[in-house]
Design a protein around this ligand. Structure first.
Ligand code: KG4
Ligand code: ZN
Length: 342
């Protein structure tokens, strides 16, 4: 192994995916393993924290062994261990944090604490291509929806965020009402492909000039529920693909237009998408189309779908600049369920 290379083992257990990955120099994935708990939680229609913690506990060690084996390395080849210490479910986060601390102590490796949200941004660094700054980053996941201005790598200013539900939460809640299953985002994404996005005119929450970079999705969710109730009352058949496509169109249009406005106002050179909802095919297509019309000089970047949703490669990528600056955590590191970006 080249002595110059920095190999970081990343661990991720903040919600319902147990993940371990080895990344070289913050950009090259040597292995990235994700054990999804979707099957376990789907019958409850959402994540059950106690079940999540137990699953992390049984999966984390075998996943670490597999991640090292797949990367073709041993603990002795690693330069650091990185772990997501928040935000997320406290019991779930603690599994990753305790495991990382134990390994760092036993293997005498530096420990790096990573903010899960910041790691979603770093998913765009995996792949190695340079990003032109300033950049506007739309981060849309199951727990967060935020527009960030990134003047240079490592700096992030929040331009706006959701006032109620996160975008992924809206997808999941609407899917539950439609009895599609959990998680709802990918199911609605698929169903919507057969529907007409203009069939139903659902409301768009633009929130005026002051809230131009903020989001609100709870009104849209209520409008979908009301539409279903009314149809049932008058015994009208509901076209599910049309409903899914119209809901998705209303949500995506707001994400796209606000991101473009932010890019225009800030003179951004790049628009970055990250978080689970960045895997949405309609969001990707519509953002690309509108951006090339409105701001053709601005380039669009998003990670491959498997790096949009929770994974550990993004944790190791986010840890790399910290490693460079020797920003290490102590063995008293704790989990912070409400950790914010700044
Ligand atoms: O980033 P993530 O894996 O976990 C959090 O940090 O929250 O995001 C999960 C969210 C879920 O709400 C899921 O429904 C949504 O991302 N999601 C999608 C798609 N794939 C995942 N939403 C819309 N379309 C998709 N294709
Ligand atoms: Zn996430």
């Amino acid at each position: 192994m080249n002595n110059e290379a920095v190999l970081i083992l990343g661990l991720e257990t903040s919600c319902d995916e147990t993940a371990a990955a080895v990344v070289r120099d913050g950009s090259l994935i040597l292995s990235s393993l994700v054990s999804s708990q979707v099957e376990l939680h789907s019958r409850y229609g959402g994540v059950v924290p106690e079940i999540a913690s137990r699953h992390h506990l049984s999966m984390i060690n075998p996943l670490i062994d597999e991640a090292l084996a797949e990367a073709g390395i041993d603990f002795a080849d690693l330069q650091a261990i990185a772990v997501a210490h928040g935000p997320g479910l406290v019991g779930a986060l603690l599994v990753g944090v305790a495991t990382a601390k134990a390994l760092a102590y036993a293997r005498r490796l530096p420990l790096i604490a990573v903010n899960h949200l910041e790691a979603h941004l770093y998913a765009n660094h995996l792949g190695g291509e340079d990003i032109s700054y300033p950049a506007v980053n739309l981060i849309v996941s199951g727990g967060h929806s935020e527009l960030l201005l990134i003047e240079k790598p490592g700096s992030a200013t929040s331009l706006g965020r959701t006032r109620d539900d996160a975008a992924g939460e809206a997808f999941d809640k609407v899917a539950r009402v439609l009895q599609l299953g959990y998680p709802g985002g990918p199911l609605i994404d698929r169903l919507a492909r057969e529907g007409n996005p203009e069939a139903i005119a659902f409301p768009r929450a633009w929130l005026g000039d002051k809230g131009r970079f903020d989001f609100s999705f709870s009104g849209l969710k209520t409008a979908v529920i009301n539409h279903l109730h009314r149809a049932r009352q008058v015994r009208e058949e509901v076209n599910l693909p049309d409903l899914a496509a119209s809901f998705q169109e209303a949500l995506v249009e707001v994400l796209v237009e606000k991101t473009i406005l932010a890019a225009r106002e800030s003179g951004a050179k790049t628009v970055l998408l990250s978080g689970g909802v960045a895997a949405n095919s309609h969001l990707r297509r519509k953002m690309a189309g509108r951006l090339s019309e409105a701001l053709p000089a601005v380039s669009l970047r998003y990670p491959p779908a498997e790096l949009c949703t929770d994974n550990a490669a993004m944790i190791a990528a986010a840890a790399y600049p910290r490693y460079r600056k020797s920003e290490f955590a102590g063995l008293d590191l704790n989990a912070y369920p409400g950790l914010g970006l700044r």
